[in-house]
Design a protein around this ligand. Structure first.
Ligand code: PRF
Ligand code: ZN
Length: 372
């Protein structure tokens, strides 16, 4: 039987790695950015467009899909791949993060999480067994453990409890997982920015010998130095021959730095969310297309960008369009996704070509220097 995940490192530079990850729905080059289609749809972008952009691994969320259309319906149609007609890979987050993002509507006990729906006030229980059962029904290529997530800035006994509970829940996840042959369950390292708690989480989770690991509990308001130190502590200890996924990180500079620290996978809603507010990624930092100055710029968002928006339209036209038409958000989303997908390809290739240092220097120099 073929393995559900094969991870081949092609080249390294210090901690950075360029790899090929083979999953049940095809091959993915890493480092990789995974666009987020929380509810089984990308906001304003079709799956065909995602494929054309070169995306081979997308993220969806168990909590939202369990609510609608529901695990039973997805199982009936043969999983989310069939339901949305996406032939490449999918990763589902467990719903753990919603404990933080929807904390006013959730309650955590040793048994699991109880959510009140923000839509119709119905109650949903998400125990480790429920999260895994729903993720088995959804059928993603990588599924995530249900973790007890607390705000990064929490400390004291609650952080310790969350850490230890995440390990206890992982054992319940592993016991409940029915599709080990074609779905990879990734544990999530927790422990906030406390090195001792991280160490404990790393030791406990590495013992469970998963096919890959996630670094959770970051990008939640901690300072940059603690963030980098914690990422470095995790990548130094995690098994070299398995993929590492840093959850919720998608700011271009963070992706570049953390790839250098040995992270292989990233996800974040930031690229598409910020696009809907009219902000585009460029080599020179963020470009706010709502800004009146762009009305007189008859050039694309980014010279040389091969995306649909840049090949066809000027900043001036996009600026004009934003006030009137949804299609502007669509075009900027496509540009931002293309930007990140190309950034990842460049990182991958520069590690292989042995010029990561030059690439990172060039990237940072431009990012922190205004054009012109
Ligand atoms: N756990 C889960 N999903 C997440 C995170 C986490 O810690 C983060 C990090 N803040 C983003 N998404 N399950
Ligand atoms: Zn573009």
């Amino acid at each position: 039987m073929p393995k559900s995940l094969e991870f081949t490192i092609l080249a390294t530079h210090n901690f950075a790695r360029a790899s090929i990850m083979r999953l049940p729905h095809g091959q993915v080059n890493t480092p990789v950015y995974m666009p987020v289609g929380t509810k089984g749809a990308m906001k304003g972008v079709t799956y065909q467009e995602m494929e054309d952009l070169g995306c081979r691994l997308l993220l969806a969320n168990t909590y939202h899909l369990a609510y609608k259309p529901g695990g039973d319906l997805l199982e009936k149609v043969g999983g989310l791949h069939n339901f949305v007609n996406w032939k490449h890979n999918i990763l589902t987050d467990s719903g753990g993060f919603q404990m933080v993002s929807m904390s006013k509507l959730s309650e955590v006990t040793e048994e699991g999480v109880k959510f009140e729906s923000p839509y119709d006030k119905t109650i949903m229980y998400l125990r480790p067994e429920d999260s895994i059962h729903t993720q088995n029904q959804i059928g993603a290529d990588i599924i995530m453990a249900l973790d007890d997530v607390v705000r990064t800035t929490t400390d004291g006994p609650r952080m310790q409890e969350a850490n230890e509970r995440t390990t206890r829940w992982l054992d319940r996840d592993i016991a409940a997982h029915k599709r080990k042959h074609d779905q990879n369950l990734f544990p999530i390292i927790q422990g906030g920015v406390d090195p001792k708690l991280r160490e404990q989480s790393l030791n406990d989770l590495i013992k469970r010998e998963a096919n890959g690991y996630a670094i959770g509990g970051l990008a939640g308001g901690e300072d940059k130095v603690s963030f980098w130190k914690t990422v470095a502590q995790c990548t130094a200890k995690l098994p070299i021959n398995k993929p590492r996924y840093l959850m919720g990180v998608g700011y271009p500079v963070d992706i570049v730095v953390c790839s250098c620290l040995g992270v292989d996978m990233f996800d974040c809603v930031f690229s598409t969310r910020t696009a809907r507010f009219g902000t585009a990624f460029t080599d020179y930092g963020f470009l706010k297309l709502k800004n009146n100055q762009t009305a007189n710029v008859f050039e694309p968002i980014q010279k040389g960008c091969q995306c649909q928006a840049c090949k066809s339209y000027t900043q001036s036209y996009l600026h004009y369009l934003i006030a009137k038409e949804e299609v502007a958000c669509h075009l900027i989303s496509i540009h931002n996704l293309n930007y990140l997908i190309q950034l990842m390809l460049n990182l991958h290739q520069s590690i292989i070509d042995g010029n990561l240092i030059e690439f990172v220097n060039g990237f940072l120099k431009k990012w922190y220097q205004k054009e012109g």
